[in-house]
Design a protein around this ligand. Structure first.
Ligand code: ATP
Length: 231
């Protein structure tokens, strides 16, 4: 049968102050599946990620494996298995790569597993995180998820501004997590790597999901229509 949903947003309305951004969003992320959330700048994709990871919506519900976590603060959601891949990389710039990793993975054996899987990080362990390339920082921020797979991983524009080779590594890592049963929600403005990996695609427009369905049903016409608001 179909895998259970690890994450669900139901009828979510959310915004900032008086500005409503999400106008009734329903979105499901099944275990071991990749959902690509696509849509133009300002459509509300980042806000949808925030509602999943940390923000309490004005209306609607957020469910983690069926449990209502709508009112839970970010740290409790993180402990329960929601991994919000930090935007702006989320590393401590003045600490070395190794020190950053130690804050998440105090066990040296866990860190060695990271270095084995991501050898390009191993050679950089004494470098201040702030001096790493954007791609290295992104890999560093994702590394803890490799050793301790979350229930659901949410990545907001994970490839933004990164070199193609690193982007490839990041999406390989996503595929690996998916194969281990993690549900992934990957946000991109333009359809690209996220679409290639996706099982399900959701388009967001003006704070609503304008279309969602299997990857196989997404072709160029569908993409064009979705971005133009015709879907
Ligand atoms: P982008 O690719 O630009 O991030 P998006 O689809 O992710 O687009 P959001 O970032 O969710 O969309 O933004 C939707 C709207 O909410 C925009 O009008 C944006 O200006 C506004 N917004 C986003 N974050 C905040 C915030 N922290 N405070 C106030 N307004 C915000």
């Amino acid at each position: 049968g179909a895998p259970p949903d690890v994450l669900r947003l139901e009828g979510v309305v959310a915004g900032y102050g008086d500005a409503t951004v999400l106008r009734g969003v329903d979105l499901a992320v099944p275990a071991g599946r990749v959902v690509a959330l696509l849509g133009a700048n300002g459509a509300g994709k980042s806000t949808a990620c925030a509602v999943a990871g940390s923000m309490t919506p004005a209306a609607g519900r957020v469910l983690l494996e069926g449990r209502d976590i709508t009112a839970w603060p970010a740290h409790r959601r993180a402990r329960a298995g929601i991994y919000l891949a930090p935007e702006g990389r989320g590393v401590f710039p003045s600490l070395t790569l190794e020190e950053n990793l130690t804050t998440w993975l105090p066990d040296a054996a866990d860190r060695e597993r990271v270095y084995e899987r991501l050898p390009n990080l191993a050679g950089r362990r004494t470098v201040a995180a702030g001096a790493l390339s954007g791609g290295e920082q992104q890999l560093l921020a994702l590394a803890p998820a490799l050793v301790r797979p979350p229930r659901v991983l949410i990545a907001d524009e994970p490839s933004l501004g990164l070199a193609p080779l690193v982007v490839e590594q990041i999406f390989e890592l996503f595929g690996e997590l998916r194969d281990r049963g993690v549900g992934l929600l990957v946000v991109e403005e333009k359809a690209s790597e996220a679409l290639a990996l996706a099982d399900t695609v959701a388009f967001m427009r003006l704070g609503r999901i304008s279309w969602q369905g299997p990857r196989a049903e997404v072709d160029d016409d569908r993409l064009a229509a979705a971005y133009l608001g015709l879907a």
